[in-house]
Design a protein around this ligand. Structure first.
Ligand code: AMP
Length: 221
């Protein structure tokens, strides 16, 4: 049995064409079904639905043989484990799906450039503490990080933070909350991750899926 961990939404939707290239069709819609284990047209392949930030954990601990998750999630997971080598995850492919960026945003009217220039201590709310810590350290900016799990846009609006570090795609969420993007930290896309022990034990079927995915990766734009 091959188990693939996916999360609902963009990652699930954009992984479907890659699975199709491997001859795999998921037989139930996760938006309509309450099932967490979804069967496919291949009796020896199944999909498990987990939270995006849990995908590396499922693959690392063998709850799934492989998974798809954003580079942001992989960086945060690997920071928790003291580096990607120790998390035992093999990352063979950048799938170039679910593309977005990690950016710094502030309340419209907040003079970010001046605050950075003055060397004041910035209060930064984010779910992406490893990415934010590394970014501000590399710029020599002192920050107090406030860990949040969602709705980061609220933090500057309530005065809890000066800035946020969050994923941005169209920029509509920032705009709707009167926030402006002031720095782009990195571009993000989703990657395929594979459990290293599973790769040895189930080499042939996993390689077949990896190779099919590789052949179906969307062209670079
Ligand atoms: P947007 O309004 O298109 O800029 O999207 C921003 C919102 O969607 C933020 O709340 C992000 O956390 C979330 N988001 C954008 N792109 C992604 C992605 N590739 N994966 C997960 N969440 C995303």
């Amino acid at each position: 049995m091959i188990t693939l961990a996916l999360s609902k939404g963009r990652i699930f939707d954009e992984t479907m064409p890659l699975l199709a290239a491997a001859g795999i069709t998921v037989l139930e819609d996760p938006e309509k079904s309450r099932k967490l284990i979804l069967p496919t047209n291949q009796p020896d392949v199944r999909v498990v639905m987990v939270r995006a930030s849990d995908v590396p954990t499922y693959v690392q601990h063998g709850g799934a043989d492989m998974g798809v998750c954003g580079k942001d999630t992989l960086i945060e997971h690997s920071a928790e484990w003291g580096g990607s080598a120790r998390s035992g995850l093999y990352q063979p492919l950048d799938l170039r799906i679910a593309q977005c960026r990690v950016s710094v945003a502030v309340r419209a009217g907040f003079d970010y450039a001046q605050a950075v220039k003055k060397g004041s201590r910035l209060k930064v709310a984010t779910k992406y503490t490893a990415i934010a810590r590394e970014f501000f350290a590399s710029k020599g900016v002192h920050v107090d990080l406030i860990k949040l799990y969602g709705s980061m846009e609220l933090a500057p609006l309530t005065g809890m933070a000066d800035a946020i570090v969050d994923l941005v795609s169209t920029g509509n969420t920032l705009k709707a909350n009167h926030l402006v993007e002031v720095e782009r930290i990195m571009d993000i896309s989703s990657h395929l991750v594979v459990n290293q022990a599973a790769l040895k034990l189930k080499m042939a079927p996993l390689r077949r899926i990896i190779d099919s995915f590789a052949s179906a990766i969307p062209a670079q734009v």
